[in-house]
Design a protein around this ligand. Structure first.
Ligand code: HEM
Length: 384
């Protein structure tokens, strides 16, 4: 796994990109804290990832010169923004959104899952993620194409580590949001109009949020929602297709989906990693890391660590949910988790309700996605 003497592995190589899960599993066992020019330090073991997450003083989230609200911030600044953001994902708000989410899932399922076969990612998973994102934000459905194109170009820029392009894309997103804000300002909307309108009325440190902050918050939510939700839908559908007994059991008892989805996504994580920077020299996994280095926590490998999840590939509803790092841990734990869990239960229910059977399509194997995406790039399924 090494491409030069001072590198432990090559994260962008075809062998890693061809099957990220297998490659990260192997790294966790062979070289649990690994250096590469591409990713700098990568941390793969559950215990090491947890240590990074729980010590935000040593492992800062302030990793870029561009402001990123709230994921690029540290306490106490981070705490003030999280207090502002968290209520948008309260149990009440999520319950309020559920009927619309159900309508989107059912109508998509009825229109695209009616044939004998489907390529699930393009026909169902991506449109679902885009439509729920627009509906949650109060954006017109006509924005789907713009959002998809932005997320795809952003992923390509992340893979190529093209900083200039990433800055351009951030500016492009800010301009899209500025347009939405200008429309709402002109219409003199109140905070109850939609999520974007509500953010326009939020105050921080005694002043209103500015356009750049609103755009950054919404960009964080867009990346969370569109990429990860689409990947999760594919991973859940693939689980149904390859585990017929569980598919049958979940058809009979859809209430189990709340627990089952988290376990399915533990086995195959929809999100690869997140970054930190160490504020002082540290020793982790037997490696000495000088201060100021970039460190990535690898969610996929940590959630498949046999030290915490014996027989990690085995689906089990008996595992301790607190060990599952699907939505992170520590101060940056995903604020969108309640929304995400509801959306994924609703969409999984719609998938099962609108089909009699879901199987892999013979002769057309699924194609895994490459970094920074996870899950499937293509998932051809036979529907009964
Ligand atoms: C299956 C879907 C999702 C997964 C697996 C996921 C996972 C995560 C994880 C692991 C983190 C922690 C990052 C870190 O420690 O650096 C995180 C943070 C975050 N997520 Fe999610 N997420 C999902 C969906 C969403 C959704 C739907 C939203 C909002 C609409 C969202 C918004 C955020 C935000 C704003 C943060 C940053 C929180 C902070 O820095 O304090 N996520 N997510």
């Amino acid at each position: 796994m090494s491409n030069s003497s001072n590198q432990d592995w090559a994260p962008q190589s075809d062998s890693v990109q061809g099957d990220q899960r297998a490659a990260y599993d192997q790294m966790r066992e062979d070289c649990p804290v690994a250096y590469s020019e591409y990713a700098h330090w990568s941390v793969f073991r559950h215990k090491d990832v947890l240590r990074v997450l729980l010590d935000h003083e040593t492992f800062s989230s302030h990793v870029s010169r561009f402001a990123s609200v709230p994921n690029g911030m540290d306490p106490p600044q981070h705490t003030r923004y999280r207090e502002l953001i968290n209520p948008y994902f309260s149990a009440e708000k999520v319950a309020e959104f559920e009927p619309l989410c159900e309508k989107i899932a059912d109508s998509l399922a009825q229109s695209v899952l009616c044939g004998e076969q489907v390529e699930l990612m393009e026909a169902f998973a991506q449109p679902f993620a885009l439509q729920v994102q627009c509906a949650f934000m109060g954006w017109p459905l006509s924005m789907q194409g713009t959002l998809l194109s932005w997320v795809q170009r952003n992923n390509q820029a992340i893979f190529k580590q093209d900083r200039a392009l990433l800055a351009e894309l951030a500016a492009e997103f800010e301009a899209i949001i500025a347009g939405l804000i200008a429309e709402r300002r002109q219409a003199k909307v109140g905070p109850d109009c939609d999520v974007t309108g509500a953010l326009m009325h939020e105050e921080i440190d005694g002043r209103l949020l500015n356009n750049a902050e609103i755009a950054s918050i919404l960009r964080n939510w867009t990346v969370g929602e569109v990429g990860t939700i689409a990947a999760s839908v594919g991973i859940i559908a693939h689980f149904f297709a390859t585990n017929p007994e569980w598919q049958a059991r979940l058809r009979e008892s859809p209430d189990l989906l709340w627990k089952a989805n988290d376990e399915i996504l533990r086995i195959h994580g929809p999100l690869v990693g997140n970054r930190r920077r160490n504020t002082c020299p540290v020793e982790i996994g037997g490696r000495q890391i000088p201060a100021g280095e970039r460190i990535s926590v690898n969610w996929i490998a940590a959630n498949r660590d046999p030290q915490v999840f014996p027989q990690p590939d085995q689906f089990s509803l008996e595992r301790n949910p607190a060990d599952n790092l699907l939505y992170g841990a520590g101060v940056h734990v995903c604020p969108g988790a309640p929304l995400s869990r509801m959306e994924l239960v609703v969409v999984a229910r719609a998938l099962l309700r609108s089909t009699d059977a879901i199987r892999l399509l013979e002769g057309q194997p699924p194609v895994l996605a490459g970094f920074p995406a996870s899950g499937y790039a293509r998932l051809p399924l036979a529907l009964g």
